[in-house]
Design a protein around this ligand. Structure first.
Ligand SMILES: Nc1ncnc2c1ncn2[C@@H]1O[C@H](COP(=O)(O)OP(=O)(O)OP(=O)(O)O)[C@@H](O)[C@H]1O
Ligand SMILES: [Mg+2]
Length: 258
């Protein structure tokens, strides 16, 4: 029998708990009224009447919301216990953005991008605004490919465009199709093992296999791997004119040798 990595297993349990939480949130009228989101009250002047459809992402450490007025921006807010690290994350994000732009004329593949940061607000807690990436994580791309047939049927029946859903919504869909549990509980842990090894090279082969993706990932692997918490949920990709644009996100765990 295949040995199950306990870390992977613990993460599975944790994700199930989180899923239940997301379900609860989606059923709430206004997030401010939910005690779990009371921390958002601190930011009320920057936000508006939020409801569940404004959530782009909701997880353990952060919440990512649509911007109040600008449709091409998102706002990232750290949950209470992550406040200090969001400040570092903001600095790291900026450093990486500048470094990338400095190197770009030389040898950086032109399809690697980092969302530009607009402004940084200090208001007891930390919050920052960045460009909205119109794309999906490599995690989502991977499973779109793997379960293409089932998802095609689901999309027809529910009249949705699977290429337009957020990563959170995609996880919900996998769950509805009872694929998510399959991913966790079956022996099909290959992807997760690779993900938690945090080695891009290890998952280069299972991701949508295109030259432009490969080239970008190879570059990141060769150059920045030691600095970045790179895994399939921290890289987003969008398809524009048949070419994949690769966005690096989440600079929360980055240790830059300054
Ligand atoms: N600029 C962006 N535009 C659009 N979506 C984004 C953007 N940044 C992040 N996201 C979405 O939010 C998800 C999580 O973002 P991120 O990795 O920055 O959060 P995190 O720090 O890992 O939070 P947590 O640890 O709570 O998951 C991404 O996988 C992506 O779906
Ligand atoms: Mg992340």
């Amino acid at each position: 029998m295949e040995k199950v990595d306990t870390k992977v297993f613990e993460n599975a349990i944790w994700e199930i708990k989180n899923r239940l939480w997301i379900e609860k949130v989606v059923s709430e009228k206004s997030l401010y009224e939910d005690p779990k989101y009371s921390f958002l009250l601190e930011y009320k002047e920057y936000l508006w009447k939020i409801d569940a459809s404004d959530i782009i992402w909701e997880w353990d450490n952060a919440i990512i919301l649509k911007h109040k007025t600008k449709s091409d921006k998102v706002i990232k807010i750290a949950k209470d216990w992550k406040v200090d690290s969001l400040k570092d994350e903001y600095e790291n994000h900026r450093t990486f953005y500048n470094t990338l732009e400095k190197w770009r004329p030389n040898n950086v593949p032109d399809n690697i991008r980092i969302a530009e940061i607009d402004e940084f607000i200090e208001h007891k807690k930390w919050i920052y605004i960045m460009d909205k990436i119109e794309g999906q994580s490599l995690y989502t791309w991977h499973y779109k490919e793997k379960y293409a047939e089932k998802l095609a049927i689901y999309s027809r029946e529910n009249n949705i465009d699977i290429n337009k859903v957020t990563d959170s919504k995609f996880i919900q869909i996998l769950d509805e199709l009872e694929l998510w549990r399959v991913i966790w509980y079956n022996a099909n842990l290959d992807m997760w093992e690779k993900m938690y090894q945090k080695e891009l090279g290890a998952f280069r082969n299972w991701v949508v296999y295109r030259d432009d993706v490969q080239q970008a990932l190879k570059y990141l692997e060769d150059n920045w791997l030691e600095h970045i918490d790179l895994h399939s949920k921290n890289i987003m990709a969008s398809l524009k004119n048949w070419k994949f644009i690769i966005y690096i996100i989440d600079f929360g765990k980055v240790k830059i040798n300054k």
